[in-house]
Design a protein around this ligand. Sequence first.
Ligand SMILES: CC(C)(COP(=O)(O)OP(=O)(O)OC[C@H]1O[C@@H](n2cnc3c(N)ncnc32)[C@H](O)[C@@H]1OP(=O)(O)O)[C@@H](O)C(=O)NCCC(=O)NCCS
Length: 182
Amino acid sequence: MKSLIGRSVYLRLAETSDAEFINSLRTDSQFNRYLSAVDGSVALQREWLKAYKKREHAGTEYYFIVLKRSDNTAVGSIRIYDFRLDRNSFAIGSWILNGAKTRSAALESALLCYRYGFKELGYTNCHLDVRKGNEKVISFHQKSGAALVGEDGENVYFDMSLESCDLFLNTFRRFIEPEFYE
Ligand SMILES: CC(C)(COP(=O)(O)OP(=O)(O)OC[C@H]1O[C@@H](n2cnc3c(N)ncnc32)[C@H](O)[C@@H]1OP(=O)(O)O)[C@@H](O)C(=O)NCCC(=O)NCCS
């Protein structure tokens, strides 16, 4: 796996030992309003991660912890999953950043996942679903160039095309190619 290093944060694959951290993110009422509920036990989170590691080894899902470059503190999570071979598309989700995040952690973690999904894995589309009311994330996807493609009672759906992603990656390349800008 190529390095997933941004200007202020980097991504590494989640391990079963991250159960406690992920559980702390997912059970924090500040962050979980628009995420599917978890039951709140670290043991179950660990079991979920064990099953995930099998999917990771099979190449069907990548779950990342977001860490600060300055001191290696874990500040969040983001996941690439739901590979749809019929439309050559992947999804990004489980996106949470806590109070210790850097100002550009959202931008960097999204850009790094897009670059990985499109450029490393070779997908030509990314599908995104966002709970209705999660205005911050809806606005993020709109600003990033994703197209609103549908909605139902619960969610709004976006597609990020390869062309839009290229534009997004290029516009903000200084956030994920810091070596060329430092
Ligand atoms: C989703 C989440 C990770 C996004 O992180 P965030 O830090 O809130 O993201 P923001 O949209 O505020 O973006 C951070 C900065 O990047 C900027 N930015 C984001 N996207 C941008 C874009 N496409 N173009 C330009 N600037 C952009 C923002 O303006 C903001 O800058 P500011 O700090 O100067 O205002 C975070 O809100 C979170 O953990 N939410 C709870 C969990 C959740 O609902 N997850 C989503 C499930 S779909």
